[in-house]
Design a protein around this ligand. Structure first.
Ligand SMILES: O=C(O)CCC(=O)C(=O)O
Ligand SMILES: [Fe+2]
Length: 349
C-alpha cells in the first residue's frame, strides 16, 4: 500500500506545470506503461493544485473511456435493493467523501472471514523493530500480538471465494464506476489486524493523512470487528476530498503525516466524523480526504479493504508485483474475460 510510503515531498521542487503533468498522463494512456517518476509527479500535481488538476484529468478520462454494463454481474451483497439507495449513497460520497452503507455484511460472512483469516499467513508492521524478518509470515496471536499491525498475505486473501465474490460484487462495481466516472480497476486488496500501542502508529496509518495513489479512486472498507473509539474506529474529515478541501498550509507540508492539533486548526474536532460501527458495516470512502484509524486502547480490530481506481497512472500497484495462484472458479474467469479492465493489476500464474 503506497499510503505506507512517505514519498519525498515536492520532488519537482514545486515547479511542475499543469502541462507537464498532463503530458505524463497522456504518455501513460497511450502506451499503458508507467515511467519512473509518474508517482512523484502525481503527488506534486495534487499538492500544487489542491486536487484540481486531478479532477480535471479524471473528468477528461471519464469522457473518453467506456463504462461497463454490470447487468450480468452477481449481486452478492444486494447493496442497492432498496429503491433510491444507490443514488443516496452516491450523493453522500460526493458531498462528504464517505458513505456508510445501510446494507451490512451478513453475520455468517463476518464469521466465515474471521475464522479463515485467523489461520492466514501475515506479515508484521510496526514503528518499532519486530522479531520477524520483513517477508517472514506468522499466524495472528490475538492474545499476544508481536506488532501493532498484521497484514494478511494477499495471495491468501484472493484464495478465499467469499473475498473474490465481494471484490466482484455488482453493487460495489457499479458504485465504483459511478463515482470515478469510468470502468474501475482493482488496485488494492488488503486485510489487516490492528492492536493497541502506546502512541498512534505511523506505519499503521493512525495519524491524519490523505492517500495519493492515483488520480481518482474509491475504497471499500469492510469492518470485521466492532469499531469504537477504544477499538480503533476510522476517522474522516468530511468534505476534505473536494478540490481545495485541504488547506494550502497543510498541503505545503508535503505528503506528510499530520498531528491532530494541526488538523484541528483548520477543521474543528466537532466536525470530524468518527465511524463507530458494528462488525459487518461497509464504508465507502474517497481517501483523498483527510483520514486515519484511531489507535486502539484495547482488544483488536480486523478490517478488509478494496480499492477501485479509474487508472493505474502513478506508482506501480503493489498488486501488480504479485503472481497469484491460478483461480479456477468459473465466475471469476467469466468476469475476467468480460471485464478485463477490472483485472489489469491482477496477474495469475
Ligand atoms: O485503519 C484505518 O482506519 C485507516 C486506513 C487508511 O488510512 C487507508 O486504508 O487508507
Ligand atoms: Fe489512508
Amino acid at each position: 500500500m503506497s499510503l505506507l510510503t512517505q514519498v519525498a515531498d515536492r520532488v519537482t521542487g514545486g515547479k511542475l506545470t499543469k502541462r507537464s503533468y498532463e503530458k505524463r498522463l497522456e504518455r501513460y494512456l497511450e502506451t499503458g506503461q508507467r515511467k519512473s517518476g509518474d508517482g512523484e509527479i502525481l503527488t506534486d500535481a495534487f499538492l500544487m493544485s489542491a486536487g484540481e488538476w486531478l479532477t480535471e484529468s479524471s473528468k477528461a478520462m471519464a469522457a473518453g473511456q467506456g463504462r461497463y454494463n454490470f447487468e450480468e454481474t452477481h449481486d452478492f451483497l444486494g447493496l442497492w435493493s432498496q429503491p433510491g439507495s444507490k443514488e443516496a449513497a452516491l450523493s453522500d460520497l460526493r458531498r462528504d467523501g464517505y458513505a456508510i452503507l445501510k446494507t451490512k455484511l451478513d453475520s455468517n460472512i463476518v464469521r466465515e472471514l474471521t475464522e479463515k483469516f485467523a489461520q492466514a499467513p501475515c506479515t508484521l508492521t510496526s514503528d518499532k523493530e519486530t522479531s520477524l524478518a520483513k517477508d517472514e509470515t506468522v499466524v495472528v496471536d490475538l492474545a499476544n500480538p508481536l506488532a501493532e499491525k498484521y497484514t494478511i498475505d494477499t495471495n491468501f486473501l484472493l484464495s478465499v471465494p467469499t473475498v473474490r465474490n465481494l471484490l466482484l460484487d455488482r453493487g460495489l462495481l457499479e458504485m465504483a464506476q459511478d463515482y470515478i466516472g469510468s470502468a474501475p480497476t482493482v488496485d488494492i486488496i488488503t486485510s489487516w489486524y490492528s492492536f493497541p500501542s502506546d502512541s498512534p502508529s505511523h506505519q499503521a496509518a493512525q495519524l491524519f493523512h490523505f492517500d495519493l495513489d492515483r488520480i481518482r479512486w474509491v475504497k471499500a472498507f469492510f469492518l470485521l470487528t466492532d469499531q469504537t473509539i477504544e477499538t480503533g474506529a476510522h476517522l474522516y474529515v468530511p468534505g476534505s476530498h473536494r478540490d481545495g478541501g485541504i488547506p494550502r498550509e497543510l498541503l505545503d507540508r508535503g505528503y506528510a503525516r499530520l498531528e491532530d492539533p494541526e488538523v484541528a486548526e483548520f477543521f474543528p474536532e466537532s466536525a470530524w466524523k468518527t465511524m463507530e460501527a458494528p462488525a459487518g458495516t461497509i464504508l465507502l470512502e474517497d481517501t483523498r480526504g483527510l483520514h486515519k484509524g484511531i489507535s486502539l486502547k484495547r482488544d483488536h480490530r480486523l478490517m478488509l479493504q478494496f480499492e477501485y481506481t479509474q487508472s493505474l497512472f502513478g506508482h506501480e500497484p503493489f498488486l501488480g508485483t504479485l503472481k497469484f495462484d491460478k483461480v479456477t472458479d468459473p465466475y471469476w474467469n467469466q468476469m475476467r474475460s468480460s471485464y478485463p479492465k477490472i483485472f489489469e493489476a491482477i496477474n495469475e500464474r
